[in-house]
Design a protein around this ligand. Structure first.
Ligand code: 9D3
Length: 414
């Protein structure tokens, strides 16, 4: 594998590239990295590589001739793609490493200054960003790519951690690892890891990888999908709890049946006066027995009938009456509660949340507990859930449907 890096800072690379497994691969000749400096392709006294932008505006722009002359010199060394590194590029992914490592040549174009003349961009084969953050130059991105590509070349890794075992290769994050001591600061190694029971161990690791991916990167699970047995693992492990809050007057058997079906541990009923509370209690006392279609246990055989709905009696049990919106809890089960408003017509200054992304971005473990809130004043919520598509403005959905749709949307599985 030959990698050419077009850079104004050739001195950036030798240190890192002499290190670790990449250093070994280069020393063994399994890969070679060469830098090409656009400054060597300038012809003026000052070796100018940048200039002021047409139309004004701050910063300097990289001139096309020196960079493209350096790229041409690199292209003479092999048939690989010229990859422009820039914050505007397509997000880098493991697949890119796999694709580039399967070839024999790669050209990385690293820039400095505020940006590239647009005609550089259109003359490269790909444009890549390594993430949504701002660096001082493309050299850091080049090192990242060199590492990811060389790592995949035959001979770089031992057999033990082969690329097929990479967490991204099967679309899941890795399960937790432990080593000695068996108890650290009172925190023990899970029993299943000490048991030597191979099948239980494999199942535990698979379940942990699934749970961790659902909690931290629901986007990965969404893209990858689940096998039926994986879906069953996640279902039995339980979704992170979700709560519901709304004016007491909106709570009826439908809402409670939906809450039961989603395993919602609490439905908060905001009842401002004694009348409101009495009316709610009357409604809860009269819940029909057959309102909850929840079946206990999995459907096992085609012709076996589902067990009777036994949850119906408990439908009212999850209701918590609140005096006012200010009493909505800020913590549940030791976790922070995030209140997301479900409104047909959010205020014009509403800030919408992407539930999956918001939970992943919160990054806390355990994750925050989302609460679907209907009818609260704007200053009591942390954001608005995207309006349900298809519910045209004049067409009111039953409140139970609204609750069901949003509970479904904010499940970790996506
Ligand atoms: C004022 C607008 N800035 C864009 C956000 C200009 C700008 C910032 C940083 C122009 C170039 C750079 C240098 N960054 C890279 O060359 C770069 C990069 C990055 O900053 N983040 C993620 N991936 C990459 S790949 C190359």
């Amino acid at each position: 594998m030959k990698i050419d890096v077009v850079t104004l800072f050739p001195e950036f690379f030798p240190g890192p590239l002499a290190t670790g497994l990449v250093g070994k691969a280069l020393a063994a000749g399994r890969a070679a990295v060469q830098t090409i400096d656009p400054r060597h392709f300038t012809h003026d006294r000052h070796r100018t590589v940048d200039d002021t932008p047409y139309g004004g505006g701050g910063g300097m722009v990289m001139k096309p001739e020196p960079v493209m002359a350096a790229v041409a010199a690199a292209r003479a060394q092999g048939a690989g793609p010229a990859v422009l590194l820039s914050p505007q590029g397509r997000p880098l992914a493991q697949r890119d490493f796999e694709r580039w490592a399967a070839g024999t040549h790669l050209i990385l174009v690293a820039g400095r200054y505020e940006g590239y003349d647009e005609r550089i961009r259109t003359r490269c084969d790909e444009e890549i960003s390594i993430g949504d953050f701002v660096l001082t130059g493309g050299e850091y991105a080049a090192l990242v790519i060199i590492d990811g590509v060389i790592r995949l070349l035959p001979g770089t890794l031992g057999n033990k951690d082969c690329p097929e075992q990479d967490s991204f290769a099967d679309g899941l994050l890795e399960y937790p690892h432990y080593t000695r001591p068996v108890v650290y600061e009172g925190d023990p190694v899970p029993e299943v890891l000490q048991s030597g029971h191979h099948q239980r161990l494999t199942e535990w690791r698979h379940a942990q990888a699934l749970l961790r991916t659902r909690a931290r990167r629901p986007d990965l699970l969404k893209r990858r999908g689940l096998t039926p047995s994986e879906a069953a693992i996640l279902a039995t492990a339980g979704s992170p709890p979700r709560l519901v809050a709304m004016p007491a007057a909106l709570i009826g058997p439908g809402v409670l049946a939906v809450a039961a079906a989603y395993g919602v541990p609490a439905v908060f009923a905001v009842a401002s006066g004694a009348d409101d509370r009495r009316e709610l209690e009357a409604r809860l006392a009269n819940l029909p027995a057959a309102t909850c279609p929840v079946r206990e246990g999995p459907r096992s055989r085609k012709h076996r009938r589902a067990p009777p709905a036994t949850v119906a009696d408990d439908l009212g049990a999850r209701v918590r009456v609140l005096e006012d919106w200010a009493s909505l809890p800020t913590r549940w089960d030791g976790r922070p509660v995030v209140r997301w408003a479900a409104e047909r017509r959010p205020p014009l200054d509403a800030v919408f949340v992407d539930p999956g992304a918001a939970l992943a971005a919160a990054g806390t473990e355990p994750a925050p507990v989302p609460c679907v809130v209907i009818g609260a004043p704007a200053d009591r919520v942390d954001g608005y859930l995207p309006v349900i598509r298809g519910a045209v403005p004049e067409n009111r959905l039953p409140v139970a449907s609204v609750v069901g749709i949003y509970l479904d949307r904010i499940q970790g599985e996506g």
